[in-house]
Unconditional design. Structure first.
Length: 171
């Protein structure tokens, strides 16, 4: 089975696309409401369920704030997918991150020393400091307090028919 399940918040905002096994587990645990189902069935010796197409979390996502973990994608999100040297926006596949203070000069790989850079700008700066390269970030690198919640990228044209009503609602 290649079916995927759309997971939405309590407010019907898409947050994740799940593998069908994970979706069945969530239904079994009772942590979600089933909003739409596929025609296919999942069978075990004791139970038969329609395969879930859209699941809604029963509880709102917690408001508890956790520290943002350092990752390449979180750096890109903090910098809004914009090269901090030339200012242009790029898809994530055309970005790298740059050590403001190069590692060879003792710079650490952490939010306070990393900025998003396009590949040409990163190559131009190379292993030099900002002063040596004459290139300074548009915004000073900082540790973000939070990041925007990104919805999964869903091609509405190719999405299953069972998802269409939810996707139209959240657009």
């Amino acid at each position: 089975m290649e079916r995927k399940t759309l997971l939405v918040t309590a407010w019907l905002l898409p947050i994740k696309i799940l593998h069908w096994q994970t979706a069945i587990k969530m239904v079994y645990e009772g942590s979600v409401n089933v909003l739409a189902e596929y025609d296919e069935e999942v069978r075990s010796p004791s139970v038969v369920w329609k395969m879930p197409a859209v699941l809604q979390l029963r509880r709102p996502t917690p408001a508890v704030k956790h520290a943002v973990k350092f990752s390449r994608m979180n750096v890109y999100q903090r910098d809004r997918f914009r090269c901090q040297y030339c200012g242009k926006r790029f898809p994530w596949s055309q970005l790298t991150f740059d050590h403001v203070t190069p590692r060879c000069r003792g710079g650490r790989t952490e939010f306070k020393n990393i900025v998003t850079a396009c590949k040409p700008c990163n190559a131009r700066k190379d292993n030099r400091t900002c002063d040596e390269a004459g290139m300074w970030p548009l915004t000073a690198p900082r540790w973000p307090k939070s990041l925007p919640m990104n919805s999964p990228v869903i091609d509405v044209e190719k999405a299953p028919a069972e998802w269409q009503e939810i996707l139209a609602y959240s657009a």
